[in-house]
Design a protein around this ligand. Structure first.
Ligand code: PLP
Length: 387
């Protein structure tokens, strides 16, 4: 029986910070992961929303293999044509043809750089963020995250951040009125917080207000981006343009890579940002394989089709109170805590799902190439368990 437990530090020698399922995965293919005994699980969580084009996708394996045979790493002190190729493909597919790409290694690091750039560009340091937000655990990213429990004393008394409710136009106007804000940072859809999102109307108001009050708009698309909602970025259903967009998770399908898309009005200069590993050859090969596959396999269409079918089926289950999110970033909300249900899905039906800050909400983040046939056993398992 799998339970959520802490790993015994003495047994493993590891610094014990993760509650883990007692499962050892040794193989993965598409939407399936396999444990050491050959037991197959349906992966509807993708290791915190990371697996975009499916586990061990042939193009992904091939691109990384081939790159590794040539050169795996060199730092940003030489020409990197593979970075140019990634940037060009991203410009083509993301709906941001003019934005420029800075490559880094994780989501938190992408947000650190985005916030720093906004401050450099505007010369200001107050930031507006949203209740329920999660932007990462490093200094600036943590400071704009709405969870004081994650802060150490060293993280207190950082730059000023005002947290306002999502979709509260009045609070936004008030927060920006002194023109002392360098950036407003917002997730396309809140992930860790529980799948709440800015409305289309609020997005438009937000973009306009930022322009008027000379603050930059940073869209954190680390979880909601890269085709997960059927649009390349979740905020694109609102037809607004952000000054800075941050990416990670699905960008490398498991290879650690993060990125910042930057409006050309923000000028680059030597040494303004930097990283040793960011944009290395292997990370770029992974990123290119992801973009090629999203395009070749028309994954945004698949996302919408599978999502619509799944939502219709979930709507027939009467004890589901609400279905939040878009595309294949979904929150299934009940009027009871989902902890037991989530464990039963894993133990009795071998289905991985996610949780969030909302104790009543199951978070679903499957690979974007999951088929209807593959995902429907989840709806059936819920029906059986909730009978
Ligand atoms: C919206 C969002 N931003 C930032 C992060 C931080 O990313 P990372 O864990 O790669 O630092 C996460 C991670 O869950 C996230 O969901």
């Amino acid at each position: 029986m799998t339970t959520l437990k802490g790993v015994n530090k003495k047994e493993t020698g590891l610094f014990n910070v993760y509650p883990r399922f007692d499962i050892t995965l040794v193989k993965a293919k598409g939407v399936s992961v396999f444990d050491e005994n050959g037991k197959e699980y349906l992966d509807l969580y993708g290791g915190h929303g990371v697996i975009s084009i499916g586990h061990s996708h042939p193009e992904y394996v091939d691109q990384i293999n081939r790159q590794l045979q040539k050169i795996g790493f060199y730092s940003n002190s030489v020409n990197m044509p593979i970075q140019d190729e990634l940037a060009q493909k991203l410009a083509e597919q993301s709906g941001y043809p003019e934005h420029q790409l800075f490559l880094c290694n994780s989501g938190a690091e992408a947000n650190e750089n985005a916030l720093k750039l906004a401050s450099f560009h505007t010369g200001k340091k107050k930031v507006v963020s949203f209740k329920g937000s999660f932007h990462g655990r490093t200094a600036a990213a943590l400071n704009v995250t709405d969870n004081t429990k994650l802060s150490a004393p060293i993280n207190k008394d950082n730059f000023e951040v005002e947290f306002i409710e999502l979709n509260d136009k009045k609070a936004l106007t008030e927060a920006l009125k002194n023109k002392d804000v360098c950036a407003v940072i917002v997730e396309g859809i809140q992930g860790v917080g529980g799948l709440d999102a800015p409305s289309e109307e609020f997005f438009n108001f937000l973009a306009q207000s930022c322009k008027e009050q000379e603050a930059l708009l940073i869209l954190d698309e680390i979880q909601s981006g890269y085709g997960r909602t059927g649009h390349f970025f979740a905020h694109q259903y609102a037809n607004v343009q952000a000054d800075i967009i941050t990416m990670a998770k699905g960008m490398g399908n498991g290879f650690p890579v993060g990125g910042v898309l930057i409006d050309p009005k923000i000028e680059a200069s030597n040494g303004l940002l930097g990283t040793t590993f960011g944009g290395n050859h292997l990370a770029c090969a992974a990123g290119i394989a992801v973009l090629n596959t999203l395009k070749k396999e028309s994954l945004s269409e698949n996302v919408m089709q599978v999502s619509n079918t799944l939502i219709s089926e979930l709507k027939t289950i009467s004890c589901i109170k609400n279905i939040k999110g878009k595309g294949l970033m979904l929150g299934v909300e009940f009027d009871f805590p989902i902890k037991e249900l989530r464990l039963k899905l894993l133990n009795d039906y071998q289905i991985f799902t996610g949780a969030s800050a909302n104790p009543n909400l199951l978070r679903i983040l499957p690979p974007l190439n999951v088929t209807t046939e593959e995902i429907m056993p989840f709806a059936q398992a819920l029906k059986n368990l909730l009978k």
